[in-house]
Design a protein around this ligand. Structure first.
Ligand SMILES: [Zn+2]
Length: 293
């Protein structure tokens, strides 16, 4: 009898408060439905990256390139990035808007405006980890698959059999890098997943995941040091709601680590990027702002 009462009380407690916290670990996410193979993600990314390099100004500065690659390498060694098998790469482009984007398969482009806006290396790692998570979870081709269920299988099969470029074939279905592209603008659910997985990548690289939350908070709060530049990132990566709190809760579920990693070159990077005068954003230079309607 007493056992029954105890059991009933325990069930009531679980029902009232959810599962006890000691039973929880960090979230585990898997890529959703996809008509592309991972190899096709990589091919699409390669072709798209070539187009981006024609339309935007890639900054070939040894300090900046080495810096973003050093931070990227820390994130790439995380378990989830390694298991994805995607070949990540990191390039800096001259663009004043506070943004970065990663193409399917792992090519990432980081705006000089973002490098100017971050307060510390962990904040940059936060944006990069978030972008990498979209790649790992294949959000771009997942969305393209869901939006083109009928036409895409035949288009992909024809592309593989023929000599068409992947981008050319997909452009016929209206899939490209334009504004509101399904490849680069994500759902709130995808944003939430990228925030949480991004926090794992950061933590494993030695970066405090809370710095991602702090930076998103800064971008979402005009007046907090955001002088003039539009935080394009928040438009491409909308707040899924309670962003900071969700990242904080996830960080608490991660194994305890010392978050003290710095590449040591943050100040040097800041000195170099401060001297870059970006061209004004033009429709032809910012693929995420091109009109596709
Ligand atoms: Zn995002």
């Amino acid at each position: 009898m007493r056992k029954t009462i105890l059991l009933a009380s325990a069930i009531l407690v679980v029902l009232s408060f959810g599962m006890p916290s000691f039973a929880q670990g960090p979230h585990r996410f898997q890529p959703g439905f996809n008509l592309f193979t991972k190899q096709q993600d990589v091919q699409l990314g390669e072709e798209s990256a070539a187009q981006v390099r024609k339309q935007m100004t890639v900054i070939n500065d040894p300090v900046l390139t080495a810096y973003v690659n050093r931070v990227g390498k820390r994130l790439v060694t995380s378990q989830e990035a390694t298991e994805s098998g995607f070949p990540f790469s990191f390039e800096v482009v001259a663009d004043p808007s506070i943004n970065a984007f990663a193409l399917p398969g792992g090519h990432m482009f980081i705006n000089s405006g973002l490098l100017k806006a971050v307060d510390n290396e962990a904040q940059l790692a936060g944006v990069m980890g978030h972008e990498m998570s979209h790649v790992i979870l294949r959000h771009g081709t997942n969305q393209a698959s869901k939006a083109n269920l009928i036409q895409l299988p035949a288009a992909l099969a024809e592309q593989m059999a023929g000599k068409d470029s992947m981008m050319g074939r997909l452009a016929q279905l209206g899939i490209g890098l334009g504004s509101n592209s399904v490849l680069l603008k994500f759902s709130r659910n995808a944003e939430s997943q990228a925030d949480l997985m991004g926090s794992h990548l950061m933590a494993e690289g030695g970066y405090d995941p809370m710095e991602m939350a702090h930076f998103f908070n800064k971008l979402g709060s005009p007046g907090k040091g955001m002088v003039g530049n539009v935080a394009q990132f928040m438009s491409d990566h909308p707040n899924p709601g309670n962003r900071e709190r969700a990242i904080e809760q996830e960080a608490r579920l991660l194994p305890q680590r010392a978050y003290d990693y710095q590449s040591g070159d943050f100040k040097r990077m800041k000195g170099v990027v401060a001297k870059i005068h970006e061209p004004a954003p033009k429709a032809t230079q910012q693929p995420t702002q091109q009109s596709q309607q």
